[in-house]
Write a protein that binds this ligand. Structure first.
Ligand code: NAP
Length: 296
């Protein structure tokens, strides 16, 4: 992500940049979208959806502490604050943004509202460890469900979102992916792979933070000021990732391009290999995966 893009994204977060208008005026698959729970992740996704939705789409926000939904609605032009019931009655796509342990209570209250509907709607759950089938069971009906696994950088448009569906049509799944495209990389995955994806891209920002902080510490140890060391380390991570994602470079090829024979970088690579950096990274993902499976 370049600097301009980063600041544009931050501007979007603060509502200072107008919502981009999509070129095509086709009839939206989801005419109104609601968020129940506008905390860190619900709020970040609502911002992305706001940018991705077709003109004329309604956006409703509800949160246990209403001030949070009100503040977000103040940022997102056209968004309205509602309550859970209103969203359950009105919206054709309902994001469930509450913590997994709150889901049972929220859906218990919503179940009679959903049961009373005669029109089609889709439930979208981001709760770690809860399957589409479990959401259906808690909601009390064979409703179409989309399960998504987002990561924190969705708030700057550079996250990863995996998703899968149960009973959702191909058209709904495609519309869902388009809606979330401002969040970053949006990828369909089998439900059996969501926990693995969560251990990699959901937990990954913490792993990269550790590595970036450690590189910055190394820079400070070599005499760099802290702020510069951290900016250099973070930008190096962004640039390296962009070379892989945009340039299609394999990590091994990229590493070889930087390591000249007898040079400095290969000595750093030797030090990392001596201390088992690859094994540590693999074990981190596996440990997170095992914990996710325990919670599910
Ligand atoms: N954060 C991440 O990196 C991440 C990554 C992947 C998936 N997720 C998933 O995203 C979901 C939300 O996590 P989070 O980190 O965003 O948590 P969070 O910041 O605590 O947000 C949860 C929100 O739900 C609201 N809420 C609770 N009960 C409610 C109710 N009955 N009706 C309406 N709103 C209610 C809370 O309101 P209050 O303001 O009153 O507390 C809070 O704002 C979880 O299921 C989590 O597994 C999060």
């Amino acid at each position: 992500m370049d600097v301009l893009y980063f600041w544009a994204a931050i501007g979007m977060i603060r509502g200072k940049v107008p919502r981009p208008v999509r070129g095509k005026e086709e009839k939206a698959v989801f005419s109104s979208i609601g968020f129940i729970g506008t905390g860190s992740m619900g709020g970040a996704l609502a911002r992305a959806v706001w940018r991705g939705m077709a003109p004329g789409t309604g956006l409703y926000l509800s949160n246990r502490t209403p001030a949070k939904a009100q503040a977000l609605a103040g940022e997102l032009e056209g968004a309205r604050v509602g309550d859970n019931r209103e969203i359950g009655e009105e919206c054709s796509l309902i994001f469930l943004g509450v913590k997994p342990q709150m889901m049972e209570g929220v859906l218990k209250e919503l179940a009679p509202v959903l049961a009373g509907r005669r029109d089609r709607f889709v439930l979208a759950t981001m709760a770690a460890g809860l399957s589409c089938g479990r959401i259906r069971a808690l909601a009390g009906g064979e409703y179409p469900v989309i399960r998504l696994m987002p990561s924190l950088p969705v708030c700057v448009g550079a996250g990863v979102v995996q998703y899968c569906g149960l009973g959702a049509t191909e058209e709904e799944l495609e519309a869902f992916a388009a809606l979330l495209s401002p969040a970053g990389l949006v990828d369909r995955a089998e439900e059996g792979l969501i926990d693995a994806a969560s251990a990699l891209s959901g937990c990954g920002p913490a792993f990269f933070s550790l590595f970036i902080e450690a590189l910055a510490d190394g820079g400070v140890a070599c005499g760099l000021p802290r702020d510069k060391a951290q900016a250099y380390a973070a930008q190096t991570a962004v640039g390296t990732a962009r070379l892989m994602l945009e340039g299609g470079l394999h990590p091994g090829v990229l590493k070889d391009k930087v390591c000249s024979p007898g040079g400095t970088t290969i000595q750093g690579v030797r030090a990392l290999e001596e201390r088992g950096v690859r094994s540590a990274a693999m074990e981190a993902v596996l440990a997170a995966y095992q914990r996710t499976r325990q919670l599910g």
